[in-house]
Design a protein around this ligand. Structure first.
Ligand SMILES: Cc1cc2nc3c(=O)[nH]c(=O)nc-3n(C[C@H](O)[C@H](O)[C@H](O)COP(=O)(O)OP(=O)(O)OC[C@H]3O[C@@H](n4cnc5c(N)ncnc54)[C@H](O)[C@@H]3O)c2cc1C
Ligand code: SF4
Length: 372
C-alpha cells in the first residue's frame, strides 16, 4: 500500500533544465514546489580535477543506466520494438540537472520561420510541396511572442555571443561578449565572408567572462578545457540547472528536491490530474504525492511514457494520424559534416569548449564549424 504525503502546490517530475526553470519561477512567485528526480544529487564539486574519460565519455557516467532502465525502439510500426542496450545518437540525462549538466551549451534561437514552418512553406511554395505523410505543423506560438523569454533565459544563463545577422529581432544584446576566436573559427569566418555569407560567433552557455546574473548567481569564466560534452563543468562556467536555477528555487525555502524518486504514474480523478505516484528507489517504497499542479519535466521520452502508462491524453496512431501523445518526436536536426586536411596550420585543438564555433545561417539552415 502506497504511503500518501501532504498535498503540495506543484510537483515537477524530473529536475533538469525544464524542471529547474519551472521550480525557480514558481517558487519566486510564492508557490511550494516538490521536485522528484529519479537520479542522484549532483554538484560542481563532483567534477573537481576529474576529467575521467572512461567514466564519463566511454561509460556514460551522467546518463540513464540502460542496464537498469531503457527505452524500446523500432524503425517502423510493423516490427516489434526492442530494448536499446547501448546508446546510439541520443543520450538520456539522469540525476539532478539532467542532460543540462553534460550538454555543450550551444544556445541558438529558432528563426522566426521555424515557428511557422508549415504556413510559411505553403505561403512561399504552395500546399503541394508538403507531402501528405509529412506531419510538420506550426508551433502555435510565434518568434515575437517567445522573444522576451529567450531574452530572459540568455540573461539567466549568461549566454555569450553575437547576434545572428539573419536572425529575428532581439530586445537586447547577449549579456556577455562572444567566446574567443580560435584559428579554425577565423578560417571559417574569412571563407564565409568571401562567399558573401553572414558568419557570426556561436551563442554559448560557456561563460566568456565572469558573470553575475539577475538572480544574483555569480559564476566564473570558461577555461577552454574542452571537457564539456558528456562531462560536468568543474568551474561552474557552463550554465546548467545545478549552478543557475536550482539554487534560486532552493533559496526561496519553497523548493523541496527528492532525489532517487522515480515517478511511475500520473494520478487522476475523472479528467483532473491529482498528483503522482513514485518509487523511492533506495527503499522500494511506493509514495503518492498529491499536488494541485503536475508538471512533466522528465524529458520527452519519459513524459510520453508516463502519459501513455497513466491513460492521460489521446495516444498518437501513426496509421490514422490521429492523437497527440508521442507525435512528432525529433531528437535533433541532422547535421552534415565535412573534414579537411590543411597543411602548415596550427589549430591548437587541445583547447576548446562545447559551444566554441563560428556559424552562418544560409536561408533556413545553419552551417557551423565547432573545433572541439
Ligand atoms: C551530450 C549532449 C549534448 C547536448 N548539447 C546541447 C547543446 O549544445 N545545445 C542544446 O540546446 N541542447 C543540447 N543537448 C540537449 C539538451 O541538453 C536537452 O534537450 C535538455 O537538457 C533537456 O532538458 P529537459 O529538462 O527537458 O530534460 P532532461 O535534462 O533530460 O531532464 C529530465 C530529468 O528528469 C529525470 N527523469 C526522467 N524520468 C523520470 C521519472 N519517471 N521520474 C523522475 N525523474 C525522471 C531525469 O533523470 C532527468 O534528470 C545536449 C544533450 C546531450 C545528451
Ligand atoms: S570548456 Fe569551459 S564550460 Fe566547458 S567544461 Fe571546460 S571550463 Fe567548463
Amino acid at each position: 500500500m502506497a504511503k500518501t504525503l501532504p498535498k503540495t502546490d506543484v510537483v515537477v517530475v524530473g529536475v533538469g533544465w525544464t524542471g529547474g526553470i519551472i521550480a525557480a519561477e514558481l517558487t519566486k512567485s510564492g508557490l511550494s514546489v516538490v521536485g522528484l528526480e529519479r537520479g542522484r544529487e549532483r554538484k560542481t564539486e563532483d567534477y573537481f580535477m576529474v576529467h575521467d574519460e572512461l567514466r564519463y565519455s566511454a561509460r556514460y557516467g551522467l546518463m540513464q543506466d540502460l542496464s537498469k532502465e531503457t527505452v524500446t525502439f523500432r524503425s517502423d510500426e510493423k516490427i516489434r520494438a526492442l530494448p536499446m542496450r547501448s546508446y546510439g545518437s541520443f543520450l538520456l540525462g539522469d540525476g539532478l540537472g539532467g542532460a543540462g549538466v553534460h550538454w555543450n551549451g550551444q544556445t541558438y534561437r529558432f528563426l522566426p520561420y521555424d515557428f511557422e514552418i508549415r504556413s510559411k512553406t505553403i505561403e512561399r511554395y504552395g500546399k503541394d510541396k508538403i507531402p501528405a505523410e509529412m506531419t510538420i505543423q506550426d508551433w502555435g506560438i510565434t518568434y515575437d511572442q517567445l522573444e522576451p523569454y529567450y531574452d530572459k533565459f540568455e540573461k539567466m544563463a549568461g549566454i555569450a555571443g553575437e547576434p545572428n545577422p539573419l536572425g529575428g529581432k532581439r530586445s537586447s544584446p547577449y549579456p556577455v561578449p562572444p567566446m574567443k576566436t580560435s584559428p579554425s573559427m577565423k578560417m571559417f569566418t574569412d571563407a564565409a565572408k568571401k562567399m558573401n555569407l553572414h558568419p557570426y560567433i556561436m551563442p554559448s552557455a560557456n561563460l566568456s567572462e565572469n558573470y553575475t546574473n539577475p538572480d544574483g548567481i555569480a559564476r566564473a569564466a570558461c577555461q577552454y578545457c574542452g571537457f564539456c560534452e558528456r562531462f560536468g563543468c568543474e568551474y561552474g562556467a557552463k550554465a546548467d540547472p545545478v549552478v543557475t536555477v536550482i539554487p534560486v528555487a532552493k533559496k526561496t525555502g519553497k523548493f523541496e528536491i527528492r532525489t532517487h524518486s522515480n515517478v511511475r504514474r500520473i494520478l487522476k480523478t475523472g479528467d483532473k490530474v491529482t498528483g503522482v505516484m513514485y518509487t523511492d528507489v533506495t527503499t522500494g517504497e511506493e509514495i503518492v504525492q498529491p499536488a494541485d499542479i503536475v508538471v512533466l519535466t522528465s524529458y520527452v521520452f519519459s513524459n510520453v511514457r508516463l502519459l501513455l502508462m497513466s491513460g492521460v491524453g489521446k495516444p498518437y496512431d501513426s496509421a490514422s494520424g490521429k492523437g497527440v501523445i508521442g507525435r512528432n518526436y525529433a531528437y535533433q536536426v541532422i547535421k552534415g559534416a565535412a573534414s579537411g586536411f590543411f597543411e602548415k596550420k596550427e589549430f591548437n585543438n587541445f583547447a576548446g569548449a562545447g559551444a566554441l564555433g563560428s556559424v552562418s545561417t544560409i536561408t533556413t539552415e545553419t552551417t557551423s564549424i565547432t573545433p572541439t
